[in-house]
Design a protein around this ligand. Structure first.
Ligand code: ARG
Length: 466
């Protein structure tokens, strides 16, 4: 016996979809999270339909009341989602129709294609706000660690070899810069989301006298001056997925940044460095080795960044081969977007939590930064200040390093006579270059790790983050 035809689009069908097809094609299991945006969109659309006289005010009010009641049910966890009804849009429309006969007019001049595009744009605007707030919280947690450790110096590394000394605060401020650019990317994505696609219909708009600008205003798709922003091409509006890709890309970059921070902390916590201790609350033990304390939170952040890149790649590949306009493939755009949002959100939270309990081991940091070789460049600068060309100075200091190695003494423990023999411009004050405090104080330019700059950056970030 043939199955009952599908309620919303089944008119031209004599049989309903196979069970297997229903299972295969449903999206309500993941797109139900769009419900608040779908309801908001339907309220805006029905307000417009009443404004142009397609609905009566009474019908509009009945639709709005019904949608409000459905939203309350969903939020209370009392709404019954049905995979038979495919997606969030049809679940809500059917539930509304059962309550309210006027609901049969709600889908006038609308298609699920412009409906889902609208839901997603509303979703993206909210998701960007969410991520921006979490970036801000992570930045505050990092800033607090910088502020609590204003005098701690560590070696900065290039090629993972000790390079030059930096205040740990300066290192942490680098993270703040990275995250600040990330936040700015979400501001751009949010702006790109801020165009209303409703009225595009399935592909080619509608013959009915709708007012797209009215709908856009209702839904908050407006510019800074309050003017409505409506998409300018119906075909583009229902098929473009740039926004999804931009969002996933911004998330992937957050992932890359968090992963690099995580990698620093993992190294710093190892016995080889031992610069920091991470909080027990964000570490785990080994089921076999009783002594272990592992930085799992940071390792998972590093791992999840791979997943964020994968989601971006999924979306790029999904979109690339599709002829205009809507194709059902596009239903697959939501799981990677939602996953990128959720994983980015929790990674930022975990990073903030880990930083909040992190302690610097001042002794170990001081020991690591005490190596005078870290200031070999300063010794070259000493010669430059004495009028020596930098290449010649670099060469002379290289010879001094070699001599110290041969004699088996630290760089700063060579005698005045030893170094004067390498280059005549080494005066008796040559070893002054190795006084760490003086060396740091010489780094005065903007963006450098000198103490005055660190103080300035601390004040700047405190002001920026409020
Ligand atoms: N669930 C669908 C999606 O997410 C909604 C749009 C359906 N449109 C269609 N023509 N079947 O893409």
């Amino acid at each position: 016996m043939a199955k009952k035809a599908q309620a919303t689009w089944g008119g031209r069908f004599s049989a309903g979809p196979a069970e297997l097809m229903l299972k295969f094609s449903e999206s309500v299991s993941f797109d139900s999270r769009l419900a608040p945006f779908d309801i908001q969109g339907s309220k805006g659309h029905s307000a417009m339909l009443a404004h142009v006289g397609i609905l009566t005010a009474k019908e509009r009010d009945a639709i709005h009341a019904g949608l409000n009641a459905i939203l309350a049910e969903i939020q209370a966890g009392k709404f019954t989602w049905s995979t038979q009804l495919e997606d969030v849009h049809m679940n809500i429309e059917q539930a509304l129709t059962k309550r309210e006969p006027a609901a049969a007019k709600l889908h006038t001049a609308r298609s699920r294609n412009d409906q889902v595009a609208t839901d997603m744009r509303l979703y993206f605007k909210a998701a960007c706000t969410d991520i921006i707030q979490r970036i801000d919280a992570a930045q505050r947690a990092i800033l607090a660690v910088a502020e609590a450790n204003p005098t701690v110096l560590i070696p900065g590394y290039t090629h993972l070899q000790r390079a030059q000394p930096v205040f740990v605060a300066h290192h942490l401020f680098a993270y703040l810069e990275m995250l600040q650019r990330d936040a700015e990317r979400f501001v751009v994505v949010q702006d790109h989301a801020n165009w209303c696609p409703l009225g595009s219909g399935a592909i080619a708009g509608t013959t009915l006298p709708i007012d797209r600008e009215f709908t856009a205003k209702q839904l908050g798709f407006i510019d800074d001056a309050g003017r409505p922003r409506v998409t300018q091409n119906s075909m583009d509006a229902v098929s473009d997925r740039d926004l999804y890709i931009e969002f996933a890309s911004a998330c992937a970059l957050v992932g890359v940044h968090l992963s690099r921070m995580a990698e620093d902390l993992i190294l710093w916590m190892s016995a080889e460095f031992k610069f920091v201790d991470l909080p027990d609350a964000f570490c785990t033990g080994s089921s076999l080795m009783p002594q272990k304390k592992n930085p799992d939170s940071m390792e998972l952040i590093r791992g999840k960044s791979a997943r964020l890149q994968g989601n971006l790649h999924t979306l790029l590949t999904l979109a690339k081969g599709l002829p205009l306009t809507y194709n059902r493939d596009l239903q697959e755009d939501k799981p990677p977007v939602f996953d990128s949002h959720d994983q980015t959100a929790i990674c930022l939270e975990v990073l903030a939590g880990t930083f909040a309990g992190m302690k610097f081991n001042e002794e170990r940091c001081a020991a690591a930064v005490a190596d005078p070789a870290l200031l070999a460049t300063d010794l070259a600068d000493y010669l430059v200040r004495a009028g020596v060309a930098f290449r010649e100075a670099h060469h002379a200091v290289g010879a001094v390093v070699k001599l110290a190695e041969q004699k088996g003494v630290p760089l700063d423990k060579l005698s005045n006579a030893d170094v004067a023999a390498v280059h005549p411009n080494f005066g008796p004050d040559w070893s002054d270059s190795f006084v760490l405090a003086k060396a740091m104080a010489r780094r005065t330019g903007t963006g450098m790790p000198g103490p005055a700059q660190v103080k300035r950056q601390l004040a700047r970030w405190k002001k920026l983050l409020g």
